[in-house]
Every structure is written in C-alpha cells, then in structure tokens.
Design a binder for this molecule. Structure first.
Ligand code: F0G
Length: 482
C-alpha cells in the first residue's frame, strides 16, 4: 500500500495491486440473515459462507494470493520424499530467518502440538506476552500452564502505546524467579498479538526477553503467525528501525529466537505451517513427531502446491507495499469508527478491526457473551461475519465456572488484499447503525456447549426476542434496501 496524500491534505490508503480474479458475493435480505443466524446456533463459525457478504471471520487461509503464487503452484514437485518443492521452502526460510532446521506441519496448531509434547512437562509453566486459544489448549493438555505477562497497556482498550504486545520484562523475571527456571518449559512471544487486537511488540522488547532467557538458560520461542503485520509496525513505529529493510528486521527478530513456529495460513498467504529451529539438538527432539502426526519430513501434511505458494508468499512478505495493505485498511476502519464514537481497540493493530463489545453493549453481562451477541447482530445488520474474541473463546475452569475474558472483542478480520475500500466503508456504515441501536441488542445463552474450544461449534440462543426487534428496526430504517 502507498499511504498517499490527497490534494485536500488528507491521507488515503492506495492499493499497490490490481484485482484479476473475482468471486461473486451474496447479500441476503435481513430476514434471511436472521434465519441463517438462528440455523447456525448464533455462532458465526457455523454460518454457510454462501450466506455471508463480507467474511471477516479470520485472515487465516483466506488472504488473496498473487499471480506469482498461483504460477508457482503449477511447478510443484509431487513426490512423497525429497520433493524439490520442499527444498525451495526450506531454502527460503533459511534465507529469511537464518535458522538451520525446519519441520513442516499442516497448520499452526500442529506445530503447537509438537512443541508442547516435546517441551511441556506436567507442572511446567510457559510465560508469554499473551495466550492464543490453540496454543494454551496444547500447553494445558500436556500438563503445563500459561502465565500472561503482557505490559499494562496491552489490556487497555484505548491507548497511544505503539507496542501494546510487549512483554513486561520485570514480570517475566519475577515469574521465572518465583517458579524457578527449571519449571519454565520455554518463554513464548506471540508477534502481532492476536487476542488483544493484533497488537505488535517492538524489536527492543524482544531483545530484552532474549537477555532474560540467556541469563536463566531458557528457550525463546516465537509464534510468528502474525509476523507480517508486526514487521510493518516495527518499521513504521520503532524509531531505531525506520531505516532498516523488512528483510533486515526479519533477520534481527529471528536472531533473537531459538525457535519460530507459524501458521502459513497467515504468514506466507497460503495454507500450512511449520517450525524453524536453530539447533540440531532441538530439531532431533521434535523430528520424530512430524511423520507421526503430519506426514513425511518433506511435506508435513501440506500439499506441494501450497508449499510453493508459501515459498513465494514469504518472499512477498518482505515487501513493504504488500505487508502494509492490511494495517492501512484496518487503520482506515478504526479511524472512521472512532470518528463515529464507536468503541474500538486503539491504536489500530494488524489482523483486523476490534470492536470493544464490553463498552458497545455495556448493558449485557459478560456471562451472556456480549462479543458473541454483537457478532450475531453484526451479521443480521449487514451480512458481515466477525469472530467473538472474549469469554465465549475461553474455557470454563475445572469447577465449571466461567473464565471471564480480560476483553470482550468482536474481531472483524481484514484478510490481505481481499476487500475493496467501498466494502470496508459499507461495514463501517452498518456498525454505525448498530451502535445507534445498541440498546436493542441483548445477550446469548448456550444451548449446546462443547468442553474444549467451545467457540468453534457450540450453539447458542438469544436471551429474549431482541433479534426480532433488530430486524424490525432495520426494515423501518432502511426500507427495502439490503
Ligand atoms: N498462533 C496464532 C497467533 C494464531 O493466530 C493462530 C491461528 C494459530 C497460532 C494457529 O494456527 O490456525 O494454522 O492452526 N489463528 C486463526 C485466527 C485461527 O483466526 O486468528 P492454525
């Protein structure tokens, strides 16, 4: 993206690509959307994509591919073992991150499974800036626990702090001292911290974590799934890095880590994942699990076509024009919503625009899942599908009590290069309308609640008939418009 200045003096995000393949979308009438949401058990994961106008559920596996990625897919070398396609990916990762070993996996959580099985022992602790749902589930499944040591600003919804994803270094030292270094499985940094609104950390903060890890002899593991956004923010917000290239910043980050794992559904704009490992010793510890869970060491559960696309996607991630597209669209959306008084996470981060459902729906108690409720209302109001990132995405404690999330966010993800600015402006308009009618929106209650990762396929119902009233108000305000 080029953030160009207009004649009026205002700035405008300008796409540095053109669209050459399109997919038709459906915008169903509001009554249909209400019915579809009911059929989906008021869980946006259970909607049919055919019924969704703007799919802002996630940026995972749905970023637009480039012509170069598509072309590379045709050159894939389909062999079970020793595929040239795999060698190309391995070389690209080595070229960018400089780590000698790579373990391919079919997606990010598969990498987490392997890491947790090998490094997490019962009673061990994993300090991290913030958890991600699947990461925490794997650590807990292996008998470990998670300690979140995000800096204070990280949990403030509105802030001027440019690096809300930073780890609080004093808290990290205290955590290691109080548990004892022997109990620490590894220290985890999640770049582009997902659940607090795609918020970045600084290079300086990562370097400080490295110092602490060196002092106590601990492994520093990075979840690099959202690295692309974080690279952009380091380049644009960290004064010491402004003259560094994206490649230089990438290498500096990698040099501070022992392990970098990632979901290539995000990093690399295709579908897959893997673990970059610095030492032979660590590589050998994990290697055996790849053929067991994923597939042979030269594909790891990924199709060779996807591997080719990741290899090119990683190269394109080193281009500032490419990685700025998501953050600049998100900034546009955040700025427009702030101007309309809608509570959102600031500063704008990566991944998507995050609406603060706790304030948006301050009359809905957390036990009635305000972010989940707002997600259903958003779909009914505009055919826009978001994802709940709040209490619904947490797991109950062993006694069955709700674990109330620190934040109740409705995430409207911005898959890279997928939407136009007019589609984003349409979403902004419908959110604005919903905010003006927020009193109509009520809570949700589970009708079917799975024990693990309940947000994926749990089913819920509205508390009362608020959705009917919302549909009626939509018709009153918009007439026969979609
Ligand atoms: N780590 C982070 C930070 C993630 O955001 C994700 C996925 C994963 C690990 C797991 O990767 O999906 O390839 O298995 N995040 C997706 C999302 C699901 O919508 O935010 P995966």
């Amino acid at each position: 993206m080029a953030n160009v200045r207009l004649f009026s003096g205002a700035k405008m995000p300008l796409e540095m690509h053109k669209v050459r393949i399109v997919q038709k979308l459906n915008l169903r009438p509001v009554e249909y959307r209400h019915e579809a949401m009911t059929a989906a058990g008021n869980n946006t994961f259970l909607l049919q994509n055919d019924d969704v106008f703007l799919d802002m559920l996630t940026d995972s596996g749905v970023n637009a591919m480039s012509d170069r990625q598509q072309a590379a897919m045709l050159t894939a070398d389909d062999s079970y073992a020793g595929s040239a396609t795999y060698t190309r990916l391995e070389s690209r990762l080595h070229e960018i991150f400089g780590m000698d070993y790579f373990l391919p996996t079919h997606q990010g959580r598969a990498a987490e499974n392997i890491l947790a099985q090998v490094l997490v022992t019962p009673g061990s602790v994993v300090p991290m800036n913030y958890h991600f749902t699947t990461t925490k589930a794997h650590i807990v499944l292996n008998g470990g626990s998670v300690e979140e040591l995000i800096c204070d600003a990280g949990l403030e919804i509105t802030s001027d702090e440019p690096f809300k994803g930073n780890m609080d270094i004093d808290k990290l030292v205290a955590c290691i001292e109080s548990n004892g270094p022997d109990k620490i499985a590894f220290v985890r940094m999640e770049t582009g911290t997902n659940l607090i609104g795609g918020q970045p950390h600084s290079l300086e903060n990562l370097a400080a974590m490295r110092e602490v890890c060196d002092k106590y002899g601990l492994l520093l593991v990075m979840d690099a799934s959202l690295l692309a956004d974080n690279l952009y923010f380091i380049k644009t917000r960290e004064a010491a890095c402004k003259d560094m290239s994206i490649r230089e910043i990438s290498r500096r980050i990698a040099d501070l880590c022992d392990i970098m794992y990632f979901s290539a559904r995000k990093l690399g704009c295709a579908r897959g994942g893997g673990i970059c490992v610095r030492t032979d010793e660590l590589y050998r510890l994990m290697r055996g699990l790849v053929p067991l869970y994923e597939g042979f060491l030269t594909y790891g559960g990924m199709s060779v076509r996807e591997i080719e696309a990741i290899t090119v996607g990683l190269d394109e991630t080193m281009d500032e024009d490419m990685i700025s597209q998501g953050p600049q669209f998100i900034e546009h959306m955040v700025d427009q919503l702030v101007a309309r008084g809608v509570p959102v996470v600031t500063p704008a981060g990566g991944l998507g625009c995050h609406i603060d459902a706790m304030r948006f729906l301050d009359h809905v108690p957390q036990t009635e899942y305000p972010a989940g409720a707002l997600g259903t209302a958003m779909y009914i109001a505009g055919g826009v599908r978001g994802m709940e990132r709040g209490t619904l995405s947490e797991q109950r404690d062993p006694d069955g009590n709700e674990t109330l999330a620190n934040m109740e966010l409705l995430r409207l993800a911005m898959p890279r290069r997928v939407f136009t600015l007019s589609q984003v402006d349409y979403a902004i308009d419908r959110i604005d309308w919903l905010y003006q009618n927020r009193d109509l929106v009520g809570g949700l209650v589970f009708t079917e609640e799975p024990e693990i990762l309940r947000f994926f396929y749990g089913r819920l119902a509205p508390v009362g008939d608020w959705q009917d009233k919302l549909v009626a108000k939509f018709r009153a305000d918009f007439g026969d418009s979609l």
